[in-house]
Design a protein. Structure first.
Lengths: 325, 245
């Protein structure tokens, strides 16, 4: 759905050409979250801004559904692309309702429809609508403000969302909460999302696809599993960190590698539920020095067991697709 | 906020002291002798402030907007410098210069008052617009606002408290400068003040000075009320930059 072809952006600085983005190629499918990952100054934000034409590229092109975006009017294009930034960017003189209704207003929706849409979106992001519509941004916490920033980007139901470190300024607890809520929302909305981040943990959690940037180039792209399994490129390996095995396990759930229960477990022994991630399972296995854990449904039904051997196998063989229930 | 109350308080105190002195010395009757002149000249005084201040607001705000546009960024500082220097020229000298070009009467007085009001309005408009966070403006663009939508929906409403502060200072100060119009035959309450001084007639002087002070205080009050009405509650408590000159 979104294709970046040989995209580059060169600036002139002190008479020298500096490349912020130096010929990148990337393809993001419909309904996918693609995370642009890299240290600051690597060109990921510039790439994002080229997509909504806040930055004009010096070479290459951006295709949306096969159409070159430079053929569209920039203003019309931007109204079809949701935009969320780290600083949130809510307008302090507008109420929550007015902030959410900006793009619809630019598109000429009547007032009643904008109000209805604002209530709908507040509901969706889990804020008590009646309580928040009339508030001003200064009366919101950081987490609330960014939830509304996301709602505002979704107001006119754009098929594409660009997010520039949207959760970067939040404390770890609200960041986790917003990431989870956002993923749950995305499962229903199926937007095509390009998400800039400098944090490997966030990328691994959010992404269907990761592109690692360095000095204006994409040095590695693929599924989070592929990227985490990559041990060849020293830059990627250092960026991913030496605990990459644990990071990979975090993406997988116990239900993916459940086996029929063939032994008896002592009552009161450590156990997992199907939705627990494998990092948790591994932690319990190591802590209790066991090689298998029983897995119970939350209602207490035994559904199978998780063996250490299978976890190890998963890390060796890459993605354990055959095991996905 | 507090500095504003100090200023208004000081003016009220002066007016009260003068009024008390007038009453005690039995001068009220002497002042009221000039009742018809007071009414007539107060009207002229308001005209002087309105006819110079109105255009100053329009020109000042537009100039401030133009100077903060991306393309004008480089000339912004030099233009502000020139304006500051121009304002440093005493109003009296400007009136005299304007008189040489425009003759006597109201026009040279209006020109001088207009120039006098311009700087605080331009400066506060520029400051008000410049202090807006760049990411917010980029966000406005990124959502698909045209430059004029960004200006009217985001920049001006957010800068309004500071712009309004500049307008208030400019107009209130002009009420106090307007008596100088008398020197070129521009009319206004200056007629009573300066004639009173020349004729050594305190009652006549007070008949001009007291309404001038009252006018300044009421205008200040009116404009601060108007600002509160116009500024969004979301930014009402922003500390406005006070421009004094």
């Amino acid at each position: 759905m979104i294709r970046l072809e040989n995209l580059s952006k060169h600036y002139e600085r002190d008479g020298r050409q500096v490349a912020a983005v130096n010929g990148i190629n990337l393809e993001v499918g419909r309904g996918e979250i693609c995370v642009l990952l890299g240290p600051s100054g690597c060109g990921k934000t510039t790439t994002l801004k080229i997509i909504n034409r806040l930055v004009v590229p010096t070479g290459g092109r951006v295709l949306v559904d096969g159409q070159d975006t430079s053929e569209f009017d920039a203003i019309t294009l931007r109204r079809k692309i949701g935009y969320v930034i780290q600083q949130v960017g809510l307008f302090p003189h507008m109420t929550v309702e007015e902030n959410i209704g900006i793009v619809p207003r630019l598109l000429g929706w009547p007032k009643e429809r904008r109000q209805k849409r604002a209530l709908e979106l507040l509901d969706m992001i889990g804020l008590e609508a009646r309580q928040y519509v009339g508030r001003y941004p200064r009366e919101l916490s950081g987490g609330q403000a960014q939830r509304i920033g996301v709602a505002r980007a979704l107001a006119a139901d754009p098929p594409i969302l660009l997010m520039d470190e949207p959760f970067g300024a939040l404390d770890p607890v609200s960041r986790e909460a917003l990431q989870d809520e956002f993923l749950a929302m995305q499962a229903r909305l199926q937007k095509t999302i390009i998400f800039v981040s400098h944090e490997i943990d966030e990328a691994v959690k959010m992404a269907d696809r990761i592109a690692i940037f360095r000095n204006g180039l994409i040095v590695r792209q693929g599924t989070p599993d592929d990227v985490l399994a990559d041990n060849d490129d020293p830059f990627v390996a250092s960026f991913v960190g030496r605990d990459r095995a644990l990071k990979r396990l975090r993406r997988h759930r116990c239900k993916e590698i459940l086996e029929p229960c063939t032994r008896t477990f002592a009552p009161g022994a450590p156990h997992v539920v199907p939705e627990d991630d494998l990092r948790t399972a591994l932690s319990l296995l190591v802590e209790a020095d066991l090689d298998a854990l029983p897995c119970f449904q939350p209602d207490g039904n035994l559904v199978g067991m998780v063996r250490l051997e299978r976890i190890r196998g998963l890390l060796e063989n890459g993605v354990a697709r055959e095991a996905v229930a | 906020m507090s500095s504003k109350y100090v200023r208004v308080g000081a003016i009220i105190a002066v007016v009260a002291a003068l009024s008390a002195w007038a009453i005690l010395s039995g001068g009220v009757a002497a002042i009221l002798k000039y009742k018809s002149e007071i009414l007539h000249l107060t009207q002229q005084h308001i005209m002087l402030v309105a006819y110079s201040g109105g255009p100053a607001i329009v020109v000042g705000v537009i100039l401030g907007i133009l100077l903060t546009r991306r393309r004008a960024r480089r000339i912004c500082e030099p233009v502000m410098q020139v304006l500051s220097i121009a304002t440093a020229i005493p109003t009296l000298a400007i009136i005299a210069l304007a008189m040489m070009a425009l003759g006597v009467g109201r026009p040279p007085a209006l020109v001088a008052l207009f120039l006098h009001a311009l700087l605080p309005i331009v400066r506060n408009t520029v400051e008000g617009l410049r202090q807006l966070p760049p990411p917010e403006l980029e966000c406005a663009r990124g959502m698909g606002m045209t430059p004029s939508q960004t200006l009217f929906l985001v920049e001006l409403p957010e800068a309004l408290p500071i712009i309004a502060q500049g307008v208030r200072v400019a107009l209130v100060v002009n009420v106090g400068v307007a008596p100088l119009a008398y020197l070129v035959g521009g009319g206004g309450l200056g007629d009573l003040i300066f004639s009173g001084i020349d004729l050594f007639e305190p009652a006549m002087m007070l008949a001009g000075a007291i309404p001038t002070a009252a006018l300044a205080v009421s205008l200040d009050f009116l404009l601060s009320r108007l600002t509160r009405l116009l500024v969004s509650p979301g930014i009402r408590n922003h500390d406005a930059i006070v421009t004094q000159n």
